[in-house]
Write a protein that binds this ligand. Sequence first.
Ligand code: GLN
Length: 544
Amino acid sequence: MTRFIFITGGVVSSLGKGLAAAALGALLQARGYKVRLRKLDPYINVDPGTMSPYQHGEVYVTDDGAETDLDLGHYERFTGVPSRKSDNITTGRIYQNVIARERRGDYLGATVQVIPHITDAIKEFCVSETEGHDFVLIEVGGTVGDIESLPFLEAIRQLGLELGRERALYVHVTLMPYIAAAGELKTKPTQHSVKELQSLGIQPDVILCRSDRPIPDGDRKKISLFCNVPIASVVPALDVRSIYEAPLSYHEAGLDEQILKTFGIQDAPLRALDRWTDVVRRVLAPEGEVKIAVVGKYTGLKDAYKSLAEALAHGGIANNVKVDLEWVESEIFEHDQDLVSAHLEGVHGILVPGGFGERGSEGKIRAVTFARERRVPYFGICFGMQMAVIEAARSLVGIKNASSTEFGPTPEPVVGLMTEWMQGNDIARRKANGDLGGTMRLGAYPAKLQEGSLVAEIYGATRIEERHRHRYEVNTAYRPELEKAGMRFCGMSPDDMLPEIIEIPAHPWFVGVQFHPELKSKPFEPHPLFASFIKAAVDQSRLV
Ligand code: GLN
């Protein structure tokens, strides 16, 4: 029997609802259950792929090539369950599907309405592909009270009724603000938010109260009374020192126990939380520290590189060190060359992450030059690999105007648009002037690694699969010259058409990858490339 847990948020956004869902998923897993986590997003974009990272943070890509909400990254990092296309849906996608059905005449002359057609489509999504799972956790994006989330809340209300009490449960995450002048935590915002939810026909079963300090029993009693839930179901969710402490902290507060009790489940002993105790111990008591400069474009908003920051932290977990990140806006290197050494001198590793567009690209190339010449460990991810190859073409091969066709026509397209490539046994095609939404090389693709290369040693394998999200590719026409100059194309697509990984063997650690390894890293299973990069940074820290 598959049970559903619906997670809503109240009072304010950015409460960490996604993290709470992910942590709860991890706790249910620790009791031996098979879980799946999903997100309903109320915005009208069909997927977040076309949204600026400044608007919405990182776009998280799944193995099956969906561009999804970054909360799916939390789900995967906490549970290790690979997310799928079918784990994230937006208002835009729901409407697109319903309108397509209407055009086909599938509604047989009916007037197509929010209730029942939109809500039915939402319900269909919630219960699809859930066979074999014990728990499906469904997070509703946005805050209760928003106009956009109404159809989603109505759909989960109906689902609760259809599934019955023993198969559906509602968790509402709220905020208890501390008012300094009164010296008190306040319950009123929670009461109002729950009232709002009740007015939509949803009675929360568990209220998870986010707070920056312990919640007195009196306050929990008050919430219990006003919000119509047993006091044991008013669960404090206090701020934690590391996000990876959340499963332990929620468990201590009784979250998983209360949820199981509410479902009437008695016999689900907790098997092991060792995984989390070990991660937290390593995060909170590191034995050293390394400094990594991330030279990118969206450095003003940390969520834009969420998975990357986490994967770097996982690299630290693997090496028992704290990873101190210095976010550098690459554009500043273009205005003032001196800033390059001012920012990069003394760092133990330099990383150029994924990115789009010309702005800031020359600054990234300067960061590559610094890393290469000064023998500082360099990790180029996607755009960061492309910039490393352009840098090598210019500095090592002498192709002064080496560039990418992403920035406009160029006589030396060292990085260019591929309009055809193999996907399994089929040829995938893309138009040079096609739509921007969903037209990239997306999702998991295999790569073969050269025997004896650094990356083959790091992975301990010569065949890997990693997730992609890009339009442009390194042009193999330049491969012979680049290899002669010391850059090895050590990872290629199985048909040898697309460069997947480059390295400079003469450098202590210089690796560029066309894919996004950060998407698959987990705290309890750090990605080998990040573990190795941070190890190289530790070695570097002993030199400087
Ligand atoms: N802009 C580059 C491309 O589209 C790199 C994309 C990325 O870094 N994700 O190929």
